[in-house]
Design a protein around this ligand. Structure first.
Ligand code: KIV
Ligand code: NA
Length: 263
């Protein structure tokens, strides 16, 4: 049976955790979905891990559609979420045009980075049959505005703003939220303020779902891994399929993330 946006909401309502991994091609999409992972994120992280750029900014909508189509061909029933890349959601109309491309390529929903100012965009997409996940907290497309990849919501004002924005986005019709690099206690407050599923990465074990970049959890990314990354290849004795299964099990059992992965 295929996973839909309703499945994620049901998981949340029933207190069952769901797992998400990124993929950018058919082979890995096949293996990840076969391992039981509920959703595949075709992330604009492909600009870094596939294309070798130093940020996600160079990725185009056409490239997102190309990788989404490849993932859709390999997918075995996971929900496919595709990123709208840098500035593709700068206006509601641009977001609609970009969504047309990735949805026709095989995405089941789109993810856009930002906050409450995306409410009109979320509403317009939803009205047109496009479920939206809003990526909040550390939004990597804003790396230049942040002056680096930094934990967000650390002070009281920004934490309060983050939670207010999450509530506004749920009201606007967002189907899912994704929280990246937000302190655990702030993540928990946010979780208790909304009723839609929240996916975490560097957020909190209490999130309804967890996501990692596939290359990170396989231990393939050069350099020191981020705090929120766990190398599941080590647990899996070097077997990629086993690593995907171990990740899925750990998320669903609530053993990943642990305290050491949180801020
Ligand atoms: O592009 C991506 O892989 C992402 C995740 C890090 C959430 O947005
Ligand atoms: Na992304």
């Amino acid at each position: 049976m295929s996973v839909t946006v309703r499945t994620l909401q049901q998981c949340k309502n029933e207190g069952r955790k769901f797992s998400v991994l990124t993929a950018y091609d058919a082979t890995f999409a096949h293996r990840i979905s076969e391992a039981g992972v509920d959703a595949i994120l075709v992330g604009d992280s492909l600009g870094m891990v596939v294309q070798g750029n130093s940020s996600t900014l160079p990725v185009s909508v056409d490239e997102m559609a190309y990788h989404t189509a490849a993932v859709a061909r390999g997918n075995q029933g996971a929900l496919i979420m595709s990123d709208l890349p840098f500035l593709a959601a700068a206006t509601p109309e641009r977001a609609l045009d970009a969504s047309l491309k990735v949805m026709q390529a095989g995405a089941h929903m789109v993810k856009i980075e930002g906050a409450a100012w995306l409410a009109d965009t979320v509403q317009l997409l939803k009205r047109n049959g496009v479920p939206v996940c809003v990526h909040m907290g550390l939004t990597p497309q804003a790396v230049n505005a942040f002056g680096g990849y930094r934990v967000q919501g650390r002070d009281e004002d920004s934490a309060r703003q983050l939670i207010q924005d999450a509530v506004a986005l749920e009201k606007a019709g967002a189907a899912v939220l994704l929280l990246e690099c937000v302190p655990r206690d702030v993540s928990r407050q946010l979780l208790s303020s909304v009723t839609i599923p929240v996916i975490g990465i560097g957020a909190a074990p209490e999130c309804d779902g967890q996501v990692l970049v596939m290359h990170d959890m396989l231990g393939l990314t050069p350099g020191k891994p981020a705090r929120f990354v766990r190398n599941f290849m080590l647990d899996a004795g070097g077997d990629i399929n086993a690593a995907f299964r171990a990740y899925d099990s750990a998320v669903k059992a609530g053993t990943f993330p642990a305290d050491e992965h949180c801020f």
